[in-house]
Structures are given as structure tokens and as C-alpha cells.
Design a protein around this ligand. Structure first.
Ligand code: R5P
Length: 293
């Protein structure tokens, strides 16, 4: 039987102080479930609202991509500098130490490679994603791909349905086919389609002109893929411009793990994303770190 302590004087009921009811730091997620918010808060830093995601899921379509031949040697040392890792369940179990303590963006679809026609994909089991301790489920969405648009949008909506059961957010990954132009008009359409179909975060490419139109018309955070390897300074400039034009972070692969010094590069990218470093300063930092290790 509970004691009658509650009737005693001296308790602090905070009379006159309204209960705190904070908003949420990421756009588009104010009204969603606690578990999804908690997972998004592992991926995005609540202080800066940004994230440096390290992508090394390329092997699921491209095989042993340059820089990923021995992920135990090249990727594992970078993990400590990432806010989140993005990989397949295979790579996770084969090379990522379970002691890592970094949230996982799990590649949740598979089914085709660069040898055939990309994006003819099916989804994994949601129970498997939970076993992998996924923090977010990443699925390809091929807007404008006449063969696979319907399939991939259906994959996205199914992923949102499955993830919502277990409070797992979804990352819509816009796959831009070779025949499509990566301009603001296309990217606005593709990212908005992902958000409207329930994606909590969208990954897309940066475009030189009117990227603010893409980020402003997308009601959830956008992270940019790095794309093909650029000279390090150009990659830092791209990250800087993307962040300043409204991106909430990067989900970068080749421009980190194919850099001359990948550890120095991811640290320089962090400086841009979280500290707002200008490209010149970030590149100077990269050069200094490169000399040190
Ligand atoms: C593409 O299939 C994957 O989702 C990659 O993770 C993505 O393209 C990001 O890697 P990168 O920065 O090398 O473009």
C-alpha cells in the first residue's frame, strides 16, 4: 500500500510554472512518435541540427568499389568521426565492430546491380533491421525511371509502414538515372515525392543552381550524397554550399573514402557541417591533418 507521503507539505508541484513542452529540432518531425524522434536525435546532432553520415553501402550494387576493397582497413578507422554509418547488413556484420555505438542507416532494399538495370529492388524483413539495431531504413526511390518508379515508390511507402510499427524512421534515397538531369526542378520533385510518401529524411544530390528551391520545398531534412570523387577542396566547397543552402548534412561516401587521406577528409567535412567552417579554412585543416597522419 502506498504511504500517504503525498499529503505532506513541502512537495514541489511547480505551481504556476507551465510544464515544459519543447518542439523538435528537425523540420517535419514535430508531430511524430517519440521513438522516431529519439532515433533521429542519434543521427542528427540536436545542437547543430546536422549530421555527417558516412556511406559505404556502394558494394551492394557496385561490388568492390575503389576504397572499399578492404573495408576493415579503410572504413573502420573512419567510423569514430561519423555521426552515423550507412551500410548493408552484410558489411555491418562482417566488418563493423558491434562496440561501435554509432547509429546505423541500414540499406533496406536490394535486387539489382550495375551489370543489369538498377532499382529493381525488394525490401528486407523488418525483424532483420531490428536485429541489426538500425536507427533508420534507407530505400532507393527512382522518380522518373519509367521501369522502376512505381516499384521504388511502393518500396518507400512499405518501408514507412513497416518502420512506423517499430518507430524506425525512413531515409528516402533519390536515385537519379543517367538519362535524367540533376537540376533543381527534378531534385525538388524527387525529394518532395519522398517526403510526401512518408520519408523522415531525404538523401539527394547537390545542384549548383537553385539548390535552396530543393531544400525549401522539401518539408523534411535533406542530406546530400557526395557523388563521384572530386578534388578534396571542391568536395568541401560542395558541402559548404549545400549546408548554407539548407541541407541538414551530408551522407558522403567516395569523396571521403577515396580522398588521399580519408580520416583528414571526414574531419574537415565535420568542420564544415557542424562548425560552419568556410571551404578555405576546412581545406587548410585537411592539409594540416594530412601532414600529421
Ligand atoms: C548509392 O547507392 C549509395 O546510397 C551511396 O551511399 C550514395 O551514393 C552516397 O555515396 P557517394 O557520396 O559516394 O555518392
Amino acid at each position: 500500500m502506498p504511504d500517504n507521503d503525498s499529503t505532506q507539505a513541502g512537495k514541489n508541484f511547480g505551481i504556476g510554472i507551465p510544464q515544459k513542452s519543447d518542439g523538435f529540432f528537425l523540420k517535419g518531425s514535430a508531430h511524430i512518435d517519440w521513438g522516431i524522434k529519439a532515433r533521429l536525435s542519434q543521427i542528427f546532432c540536436p545542437k547543430s541540427g546536422r549530421s555527417v553520415m558516412l556511406a559505404f553501402d556502394h558494394g551492394f550494387i557496385m561490388g568492390p568499389t575503389s576504397g572499399l576493397e578492404r573495408m576493415d582497413l579503410t572504413i573502420v578507422p573512419l567510423i569514430e568521426y561519423a555521426d552515423c554509418i550507412m551500410c548493408t547488413r552484410g558489411a555491418l556484420r562482417q566488418i563493423v565492430p558491434p562496440t561501435t555505438r554509432k547509429p546505423l542507416s541500414l540499406r533496406f532494399d536490394a535486387g539489382s546491380t550495375i551489370l543489369t538495370y538498377l532499382n529493381d529492388d525488394v525490401l528486407m524483413d523488418i525483424e532483420e533491421a531490428i536485429r541489426c539495431n538500425a536507427a533508420i531504413l534507407a530505400v532507393m526511390v527512382a522518380v522518373g525511371d519509367t521501369k522502376h518508379e512505381a516499384l521504388t515508390i511502393s518500396n518507400l511507402t512499405k518501408t514507412v509502414d513497416l518502420g512506423t510499427k517499430y518507430s524506425l524512421p525512413t531515409l528516402g534515397v533519390t536515385a537519379v538515372g543517367k538519362e535524367l538531369v540533376r537540376d533543381a526542378r527534378y531534385l525538388s520533385l524527387a525529394t518532395r515525392v519522398c517526403a510526401e510518401n512518408g520519408a523522415h529524411v531525404v538523401k539527394t544530390y547537390y545542384c549548383e543552381k537553385d539548390f535552396e528551391h530543393v531544400t525549401n520545398a522539401c518539408p523534411v531534412p535533406i542530406v546530400i550524397a557526395g557523388g563521384k570523387k572530386l578534388p578534396e577542396k571542391e568536395a568541401l566547397e560542395m558541402a559548404y554550399r549545400a549546408i548554407n543552402e539548407g541541407a541538414a548534412g551530408v551522407d558522403m561516401g567516395r569523396n571521403i573514402f577515396q580522398a588521399e587521406n580519408p580520416a583528414a577528409m571526414i574531419r574537415a567535412v565535420r568542420e564544415v557541417v557542424h562548425e560552419g567552417a568556410k571551404p578555405d579554412a576546412a581545406f587548410k585543416m585537411y592539409e594540416e591533418l594530412k601532414r600529421q597522419c
